[in-house]
Design a protein around this ligand. Structure first.
Ligand code: SF4
Length: 290
């Protein structure tokens, strides 16, 4: 039986132990200037037969998975009817599954009606990962994310209203030096308005394959220094107003590992960042490609 994962294959860090079912290939948007993930892939929906064959191949390796992640980029672009059929099939094949999750594009969330989203949630898709990246309209437009701040807030709020658990990601440094403060303040505004269950802060790492690499080489985009990243993180946290949101900044890209619950731990997290900021012995971890 052939291995029909189309590479490269991505999943959030918290899905490291999940069985990954590849339902689509690539990302239907695929235009964000900082993103290299699916540049080499033409977006396509896999056929029902391909998915079934893929599941048959996975079964002997995973037997009774309790967590399943649906890849690639934006599985919610599937027609609701197809998605419901798929979720029912997955639950029949893996009756012990406790959690099914996927990435979710904001525009896919907005395209579905509230009733459709509730039906998808009730069929078993529980956790959605939404890459907000930035809350600033200027930065979203500069990076060609294809979504406005208003749409991002609407999409996140709609997902939560439909009953999903929502994990939102912001990319630290995405405004460059020009929009550093705006990126921090507006991102805090969007995350606060959505009030997701989980909020992750990653740091921008520019990969050669991305369009942003060319902007950096031409001097059109200036990356933040490690100390500027800490300043930006402090401004972002100072402007966050969240309730019981699990916060993580513990990706390999982060200069300082942070974890806590917002807003409960907000002051402690800010003070910790300030201490690193002031410390003469602060040596940032470096995980940069350019
Ligand atoms: S960041 Fe997300 S939406 Fe943008 S191109 Fe990458 S996978 Fe697609």
């Amino acid at each position: 039986m052939k291995n029909n994962y189309s590479q490269p294959l991505y999943r959030p860090p918290s899905e490291a132990w999940s069985m990954i079912i590849q339902v689509t290939e690539g990302c239907s948007h695929n235009k964000c200037r900082f993103c290299y993930m699916y540049k080499c892939k033409q977006f396509r929906l896999k056929s029902k037969e391909e998915i079934k064959e893929h599941i048959e191949w996975l079964k002997p390796m995973y037997k009774n998975p309790d967590r399943i992640f649906l890849a690639d980029g934006n599985v919610l672009c599937l027609k609701t009817e197809k998605l419901l059929e798929l979720l029912n099939y997955i639950k029949k094949e893996f009756p012990n599954v406790q959690r099914i999750s996927s990435y979710s594009g904001p525009l896919d969330l907005l395209r579905k009606s509230e009733d459709e989203l509730k039906a998808v949630r009730n069929a078993g898709l529980e956790l959605l990962y939404m890459g907000v990246e930035s809350g600033s309209d200027k930065v979203l437009s500069m990076m060609e994310k294809g979504v406005t701040q208003k749409e991002m807030i609407e999409a996140g709020q709609k997902a939560i209203k439909a009953g999903f658990k929502l994990s939102c990601m912001i990319i630290s440094g995405l405004g460059g030096t020009e929009y550093m403060e705006e990126h921090a303040v507006e991102s805090a505004k969007v995350i606060s308005a959505i009030n997701p269950h989980y909020f992750s802060l990653l740091r921008l790492v520019v990969e050669e394959e991305s369009e942003l690499a060319e902007d950096v080489r031409q001097g059109k985009f200036k990356m933040l220094t490690p100390l500027q990243v800490l300043d930006e993180n402090i401004i972002m946290l100072e402007n966050m107003e969240l309730t019981d949101c699990i916060f993580r900044a513990n990706h390999v890209s982060n200069h300082v590992n942070q974890a806590g619950t917002l807003n409960k731990d907000k002051e402690i997290l800010i003070e910790r960042l300030k201490k690193f900021r002031e410390s003469p012995s602060f040596i940032p971890t470096t995980f940069d490609r350019l």
